[in-house]
Ligand binder design. Structure first.
Ligand SMILES: [Zn+2]
Length: 379
């Protein structure tokens, strides 16, 4: 069932302008809240969940090599009073741990008695990968390229389908949690399709500090949810294989801020985020030992040295130089590399943090086709 609410850019920007000009911001009327006239027990994954209840359910998604069932845990907190259903998913890449802790913390801290609406949490979506400390499934497929999936498809497609049909289609909003991939790290940021007013509202309320506009690749959980009419964002923060306190706290606070904005929990907040409409990857041109002392969040000038690549045999050294001015929003850690390796992800200046002067993509010279470098392992 498609519930997409397409909004023109002018309508979206009017809403933003209204939200930014009013103080305090009026809570926006949410049709999802209005829709809920009654608030009874709901049937989820074969179990009844009553108002005020917290449950841990299981979604049968696959089987192990030994034939035992692989069941994805699904956390549910059903508020005492009506409201939207917000879904939090993590571990779609099995080695990305920060989001797993964010989801756990949300469900530990938020009590049903204080919640309007319902929270659905999938802390470890890719159990196969998580058990092997791997980004991928056992067949090397990336689960986040197979949504919404198909029940008779590849193993990835079947797991995606089970998750999408069992959980995601119940969501009114979705946040999918990720980190950088393979010895890369990301400054905490939301990836969001800012052409949608509802997604824009989510992203601003989350207050991650940084928003990167992107539609998302087809097959990602975020893009598939949006295509189904479910406003969705991705929170990207930190490195894989680690639990990082700052990134986790910011993600938790972001969820709380978003719930407040939806009038589901607490008061919310209005922390303004920097917005980038265009980003560019900086790639190395030589193989060898890549070393850098640059830090996430640093502002860099075009032509500035960002790191070096040294041939470990000949000692020949080449410089990694910023081709544009901007801010480092993602980067590789020091490691061995081959030519073409994506070392720095730079947000390009020129975006308007208040969105009020932004042109639609087809009229915005900053987003001319072909100018965007492809992302390295996005989401
Ligand atoms: Zn990921």
């Amino acid at each position: 069932m498609a519930r997409r609410r397409a909004l023109s850019w002018s309508a979206a920007l009017t809403i933003v302008a209204m939200a930014l000009s009013a103080a305090p911001a009026p809570a926006q009327q949410d049709p999802i809240t209005v829709r809920s006239k009654t608030w009874d027990a709901v049937e989820l994954l074969g179990r009844s969940v009553a108002p005020g209840a917290k449950r841990r359910l299981f979604l049968r998604a696959s089987e192990s090599f030994a034939g035992t069932s692989v069941e994805i845990p699904v956390l549910v907190t059903r508020g005492l009073t009506p409201g939207p259903t917000v879904c939090l998913t993590a571990g779609v890449h099995g080695d990305e741990l920060n989001g797993i802790e964010i989801v756990r913390k949300v469900f530990e801290k938020i009590e049903a008695a204080e919640l309007s609406g319902m929270l659905l949490g999938v802390p470890v979506a890719n159990l196969h990968g998580f058990r092997r400390s791997s980004r991928y499934l056992p067949d090397r497929r990336d689960l986040n390229r197979f949504f919404p999936g198909h029940p008779a498809g590849s193993s990835a497609s079947r797991i995606a389908s089970a998750l999408f049909q069992g959980v995601i289609r119940h969501c009114d909003r979705l946040v999918d949690f990720h980190t950088g991939s393979f010895h890369r790290t990301n400054l905490p940021q939301l990836r969001a399709d800012l052409r949608s007013a509802a997604i824009l509202q989510m992203a601003q309320a989350f207050g991650a500090g940084l928003i990167v506009h992107s539609e998302g690749q087809p097959g990602t959980l975020r893009r598939s949810a949006v295509d189904e009419g479910i406003p969705a964002v991705t929170y990207e923060a930190g490195e894989p294989m680690r639990f990082q306190a700052g990134e986790i706290e910011r993600g938790y606070e972001g969820v709380v801020g978003m719930l407040g904005n939806l009038r589901m929990y607490g008061q919310g907040k209005r922390e303004r985020s920097q917005v980038f409409y265009r980003t560019r990857w900086v790639r190395v041109n030589d193989g060898g030992i890549f070393l850098t002392d640059r830090r996430l969040g640093a502002e860099v000038e075009s032509g500035e040295q960002l790191g070096t690549v040294t041939d470990p045999v000949s000692n020949e050294r080449s410089l990694v130089v910023a081709p544009v001015s901007g801010r480092i929003i993602g980067m590789a850690l020091s490691q061995v590399v081959i030519p073409g390796f994506a070392a720095f992800h730079i947000g390009l200046e020129g975006g308007d943090p208040e969105l009020t002067e932004t042109l639609p993509p087809d009229q915005d010279p900053r987003l001319a086709p072909g100018q965007l470098d492809s992302e390295e392992h996005p989401e």
